[in-house]
Every structure is written in structure tokens, then in C-alpha cells.
Design a protein around this ligand. Structure first.
Ligand SMILES: Nc1ncnc2c1ncn2[C@@H]1O[C@H](COP(=O)(O)OP(=O)(O)O)[C@@H](O)[C@H]1O
Ligand SMILES: [Mg+2]
Length: 336
């Protein structure tokens, strides 16, 4: 992942500022960590919005689609949330944010949009009537952009026929001459196949991909993040064993290569250290072991932070209650 943390670490404090665990938790949980991925995303989103406004004012108005793609825990939702208020040309009047329900049919999506616009449907109506209402109400409300988070829910169990209907509906709302809508779709990599399945949709779309964390490429970024959260956010001390390249590699694998998931694990480890020894605790490997077991519910032998041959472990299949799956997936271990 081509990303660097952009905040500067401060010097080591000697005493934690937090009177209790809850205070520490609330302090560290909502702190945003900016990396240079934020700058690149913000620029792409700004370009997207600018191009959309230019197209709307031109002779052939049409909407566009921005696909924001990455695995779960990559940090998509937080990154978009953070960027949106900073974009010129996006405001609470012309922008609507939605999360796709799961599962989500074309009809449910239409109903969700209407509900967010303040027009909940009481009766069941045919799809085409619902989408006619969507068109009318977005125009009345002045909405030009819809951000649909978890957009892959719309294609979860969809047959080819349903996917085609969905794509056609997206296409037609982007193509509406009198009021073209633009879509920001964020979700899992499966979204990509949805877009490339239709040349007309593809032509109107651009993609921002949240690349998975990679070792050794992102080792420094991960070390900066650990330091930033432990020292700057929590005012605690980082043990030397969690400042090595090898530790960064463990964390990358433990978080399934998601930047957001890695951040969440660091926060959990800090809380584990606090529970163990209070504000003076040094955050160490065992605290990450505790954080990992809290998250994964795995046995000690499957805990990435507690064993030396950690590189055989595949976190997604290490849960104790995933026993029936485990037998077959253990065979796959080692294929990192
Ligand atoms: N830049 C960030 N700074 C701090 N925490 C973050 C950041 N990005 C993600 N997180 C944390 O990671 C979690 C998962 O991120 P999220 O944006 O929900 O991932 P995604 O939408 O890709 O599944 C968030 O709940 C948040 O706690
Ligand atoms: Mg999300």
C-alpha cells in the first residue's frame, strides 16, 4: 500500500492522562489518523465532484460514478466521511448518504433512498413506480450526489438478471437529462465486477482502490501508527518488542491487511495493557495477544502474537467456533 502517516509523533510522556479505562477508550476510539491516502482520496473525490458539476452545466449533462473499493476494515467509510465535508461543491443540500441494507434488492434500495429523503413508503409498490418517485424527489430536494456505503449488499445474492436491472437503473439515473445523479459506491472488491460488467457504466465511472497493507512496504507506516496511537493518543509507553519490523509484519497479517483493522487492534491492545497494569503499563506483545484473542476468540496456538511460527496462521479461519471449517482450512495455512 502506497501510504504514509502524515502526523508527527510527539515525545514520550511519562504518565497516562486517563483516570479510568472508559476515559482512555473514549479518548483513543474516535481519533482519526491521517495518512497520505487521505490526500489522494480527497483529490480524486474533488476531481469527481468538479467533473460532475462541469458535465451538469454542459450540453450533454450526465452523472458519473465513483467506486471506492477495499476489503472490510480497510478504512473506506471513515476515509469518505472525513473527506466529504472538505470537498468544494458537496453540501448537505446536494449530497445524500446511505448505507445499503443487507440483503438489498432494487426495490429495497429505492425505498431506502426515499426514506432518507423523508418520504417513507407505507404501501408496497412496483419497482418502476418506486424509482419514478426516487427520480422526482431527488430533483425536488436538489440532490446531485448519492453515497451508497456497503454497496456490495445490492449484489449479494443477485441473479444475473437482477444485477442487470440494478445496473440499468443506475445507468438511467446517471443519464437522466433533466437531473442526472452521480453515485459514490463504496464496498468490497466484488463491486468491481459489477462495474466492469457494462461498458456504459464503466465509461462513466472511476475507481479508488484501498490497497491492502503489504510487508515490508508498509512496515514504517504501521510502526508510525503504533507509536502514534500508543504514545500520542493514549499517552502510554510502547515496549521495544512491538517496535520491530517483524512485529509490524505480524500486525499486518493479524489485521488481514486492513489499515482500519490494524488501528482497531492497536487500540484494543492499549486497553488490554491498561486493564493489566493501569496507566503506567508498557504496551507489549502480550497485550496484542490479549487484543487478538478478544477479537478472534482463538486458541493460544492460533494467536499470531503468542507463537513464534505465527506465519502459518490464517486469521480468518482461526476462531474456535469455526471448527468444521478449520479442518479443511488448516490445510491451506502457510499460503499467506
Ligand atoms: N484513518 C483512521 N483513523 C483512525 N481510525 C480508523 C481510520 N480508518 C479506519 N479506522 C478504524 O477502523 C475501523 C474500520 O474502518 P472502516 O472505515 O469502517 O472500514 P471499512 O469501511 O473499509 O470496512 C473504524 O471503525 C475505525 O475505528
Ligand atoms: Mg465501511
Amino acid at each position: 500500500m502506497d501510504t504514509q502517516m502524515t502526523s508527527t509523533p510527539s515525545t514520550l510522556p511519562s504518565v497516562s492522562l486517563f483516570a479510568n479505562r472508559a476515559a482512555l477508550s473514549s479518548q483513543i476510539s474516535d481519533k482519526y489518523i491521517k495518512t497520505d491516502r487521505d490526500d489522494r482520496f480527497r483529490q480524486d473525490l474533488q476531481d469527481f465532484v468538479d467533473e460532475t458539476h462541469a458535465a451538469a452545466a454542459g450540453q450533454h449533462p450526465e452523472g458519473r460514478m465513483l467506486a471506492v473499493i477495499g476489503t472490510s476494515g480497510a478504512g473506506k467509510t471513515w476515509t469518505i466521511e472525513k473527506a466529504v465535508p472538505r470537498i468544494t461543491g458537496l453540501d448537505s443540500g446536494n449530497f445524500l448518504r446511505l448505507t445499503a441494507p443487507s440483503p438489498c434488492t432494487l426495490k429495497q434500495l429505492g425505498r431506502t433512498i426515499l426514506e432518507s429523503l423523508g418520504y417513507p413508503l407505507i404501501r408496497d409498490l412496483p419497482d418502476h413506480i418506486i424509482w419514478e418517485k426516487v427520480r422526482r424527489h431527488v430533483k425536488e430536494r436538489g440532490v446531485r450526489f448519492i453515497w451508497l456505503d456497503e454497496a456490495h449488499h445490492t449484489m449479494g445474492r443477485g441473479s444475473d438478471f437482477e444485477l442487470t436491472r440494478l445496473r440499468d437503473t443506475f445507468k438511467s439515473i446517471m443519464q437522466q437529462r433533466d437531473w442526472p445523479l452521480s453515485l459514490i459506491l463504496s464496498g468490497l472488491p466484488v463491486l468491481s465486477s459489477f462495474i466492469c460488467g457494462d461498458r456504459q457504466v464503466e465509461r462513466r465511472s472511476q475507481t479508488f482502490r484501498f490497497a491492502p497493507l503489504a510487508f515490508p512496504h508498509d512496515a514504517v507506516l504501521v510502526q508510525d501508527i503504533i507509536h502514534g496511537i500508543v504514545v500520542n493518543h493514549a499517552s502510554m509507553v510502547a515496549g521495544s518488542e512491538i517496535q520491530t519490523d517483524e512485529f509490524a509484519h505480524r500486525l499486518i497479517v493479524a489485521s488481514e491487511r486492513g489499515l482500519g483493522s490494524a488501528i482497531v487492534l492497536v487500540r484494543r491492545a492499549i486497553l488490554a495493557a491498561y486493564s493489566r497494569a493501569g496507566s503506567g503499563a508498557m504496551v507489549g506483545m502480550a497485550d496484542f495477544g490479549q487484543a487478538y484473542v478478544d477479537e478472534r476468540d482463538c486458541s493460544p496456538e492460533d494467536n499470531i502474537f503468542l507463537v513464534s511460527d505465527w506465519d502459518r496462521i490464517v486469521p480468518s479461519v482461526s476462531r474456535l467456533d469455526a471448527a468444521p471449517l478449520q479442518a479443511s482450512s488448516r490445510k491451506r495455512r502457510g499460503a499467506k
